[in-house]
Design a binder for this molecule. Structure first.
Ligand SMILES: [Zn+2]
Length: 442
C-alpha cells in the first residue's frame, strides 16, 4: 500500500555491519542506493556517489527495514488514540519501515471499499509502508464470513478478526478454507470468549489477591488446539498472535514438528513482564492476552531460541490517558510498543545470550515478510534492485524512554522511565531517510 513519499537522493551507507538474514550476510559492507529508492550496489569500499550523501555507519548495524506484522493504527474511528500519521511516525522512531495494521477499526476492514479508503488515507499521511490485515468475518462479529477473495485482491496481506477469536468452529473452518485459497495466512487472536467473561488479568495468585476475575491459560490453548485440527483439514497457513502461555508453546511446537503450516509471534511484553506488573491495579500492565508467570516467559523465550516462535510483533495498542486511568476492570487492554520494541527484544533475547543479532534481525525482517507475503515485494531483505528500506541500529546506545519523546499520539506503556540499551538511529524507506537521530546518538 503506498505511503506518503518523499524524494530520494543517491545515498551511500558506509562501513556498517550489514546483517541480512535472507542471504545469510553478516559482514562489513557498504550499501549504495539510487535516486529511484532501490539498492544499487552492496560491497566493500564502494565509491562516493556524485550528487549523493554518505552516512558513516561504522559501529552500527545495517539491517533490512524492520517489519511489524501486528499494529493497531486506530484510524478510521479511533483517531483520539492514534492516526495513520502518528502511528507510522512511531514505527519509524522504533526502526520499523513497514507495519501491518489490524482490522479492528471503525468501520472494520471487512470490505474492499474500506480497504480502498484506508489506502487513500495512507497515500496522504502514512510515513512508512502500511499493509492491511483484513477481517475474517463481517464487522469482526464472528457470524458471517467476510469476502476473503475480494479482500485479498484489494490488498490484504493476512486475515484476522484480531481483538477477538473466530469462536464458531464451522465459520472458522470456512474462513480457513477461503484464506488458504487466497494464499494468505490466517492470524488468530486465541481467546475462547466463553472462558474469559469478566476476566481482566491472568488467573493466578495476583488476581486472587487483587480480587479480579482470572483469565486462565486454557482460554488461549483450547482455541489453538481446535484450530490445529482445522489446519489439518484445510492446509491453511495459521499464525498464533501474541502467544502468552507455555501450554500454547507446546501446541505450536507439536504442530510444527508434524509439518503443519503453523507459526507464532511473541510480543515484547510477554517476553519481559509477568502478572506481577499488575500489582497496585496498574492498568498499564493490563493486556490481552494477559501477562502470565515467569515460567511462561521462560517458555516463550526458549521457543524463540528453538525456532518454534519465528516472528516478533509488538501488538502496538494505543489508548488515551483518560481511557487507561479507569478502574482496572474498566480500562482497555493493551500498550504501545513500536518505539521500545527493539531494545526490549534485545534485552530479553540478545543480552541474555539466547540468540544473536542476526537471528533477532531475522525475526523482525525476513520472517514477518514471509508471514505477510511481503517477500514478493522484495521487503524484509536487501537485494540488488530491491526496495532500499533500511534500519540503522546502534546496539550500544543507552537511552531512557520518556513520555515527552513519544512520537505516537498515546503513551500507554509500562516501560516509561525505563533505561534501555540499543536503538534504531535511522529509518530509511525507499531510499529516503524518514527518521534520523544519528547526530544525537553520537
Ligand atoms: Zn489480539
Amino acid at each position: 500500500m503506498p505511503h506518503h513519499a518523499s524524494p530520494a537522493i543517491p545515498l551511500l551507507i558506509k562501513g556498517g555491519r550489514l546483517i541480512d538474514p535472507a542471504t545469510g550476510t553478516d559482514a562489513t559492507l557498504d550499501v549504495a542506493i539510487g535516486a529511484d529508492g532501490r539498492v544499487d550496489a552492496i560491497g566493500p569500499d564502494l565509491p562516493e556517489l556524485p550528487d549523493g550523501r554518505t552516512i558513516d555507519a561504522s559501529g552500527l548495524i545495517v539491517a533490512p527495514g524492520l517489519i511489524d506484522p501486528h499494529v493497531h493504527l486506530r484510524e478510521p474511528g479511533g483517531e483520539h488514540k492514534e492516526t495513520i500519521r502518528s502511528g507510522t511516525a512511531a514505527a519509524l522512531a522504533g526502526g520499523f519501515t513497514t507495519v501491518c495494521c489490524m482490522p479492528n477499526t471503525t468501520p472494520a476492514l471487512d470490505s474492499p471499499r474500506v480497504l480502498a479508503d484506508l489506502a487513500e488515507r495512507c497515500q496522504r499521511t502514512a510515513q512508512c509502508r502500511v499493509y492491511p490485515v483484513a477481517a475474517g468475518s463481517i464487522g469482526r462479529k464472528g457470524e458471517q464470513p467476510a469476502p476473503i477473495q475480494a479482500l485479498a485482491a484489494g490488498g490484504a496481506v493476512g486475515i484476522s478478526d484480531d481483538g477477538d477469536a473466530i469462536a464458531d468452529p464451522a465459520l472458522m473452518a470456512h474462513v480457513l478454507a477461503q484464506t488458504a485459497k487466497a494464499n494468505l495466512a490466517f492470524m488468530q487472536h486465541c481467546q475462547d470468549p466463553t472462558i474469559t467473561v469478566g476476566s481482566s488479568m491472568h488467573d493466578g495468585e495476583v488476581s486472587t489477591r487483587l480480587g479480579l476475575v482470572g483469565w486462565p491459560r486454557h482460554a488461549e490453548e483450547v482455541i489453538i488446539e481446535r484450530d490445529i485440527a482445522l489446519v489439518e483439514q484445510t492446509g491453511c497457513s495459521y499464525h498464533v498472535q501474541h502467544i502468552s502461555s507455555a501450554g500454547s508453546v507446546e501446541l505450536v511446537r507439536a504442530a510444527r514438528a508434524r509439518g503443519l503450516p503453523v507459526t507464532a509471534e511473541a510480543s515484547p511484553h510477554h517476553l519481559m513482564l509477568t502478572h506481577e506488573a499488575c500489582e497496585g491495579f496498574n492498568t498499564l500492565a493490563k493486556m490481552n492476552p494477559p501477562l502470565r508467570e515467569q515460567s511462561d516467559v521462560e517458555s516463550i523465550r526458549q521457543a524463540v531460541v528453538e525456532g518454534v516462535i519465528t516472528v516478533l510483533a509488538t501488538d502496538h495498542a494505543p489508548h488515551a490517558k483518560h481511557e487507561k486511568e479507569q478502574p482496572f476492570e474498566d480500562a482497555p487492554f493493551g500498550i504501545i510498543g513500536l518505539e521500545t520494541a527493539l531494545p526490549l527484544y534485545a534485552e530479553a533475547l540478545v543480552h541474555t545470550g539466547l540468540i544473536d543479532w542476526p537471528r533477532l534481525i531475522a525475526l523482525l525482517t525476513v520472517e514477518p515478510a514471509r508471514l505477510c507475503r511481503l517477500e514478493r515485494l522484495g521487503l524484509g531483505q536487501l537485494a540488488l534492485g530491491g526496495p532500499a528500506d533500511i534500519t540503522l541500529i546502534d546496539a550500544d546506545h543507552r537511552w531512557t524512554f520518556e513520555e515527552s519523546q513519544v512520537a505516537g499520539r498515546s503513551a500507554n506503556s509500562p516501560f516509561l522511565g525505563r533505561t534501555m540499551v540499543g536503538r534504531a538511529v535511522a529509518s530509511i524507506v525507499a531510499g529516503a531517510e524518514r527518521m534520523d537521530r544519528l547526530v544525537a546518538a553520537r
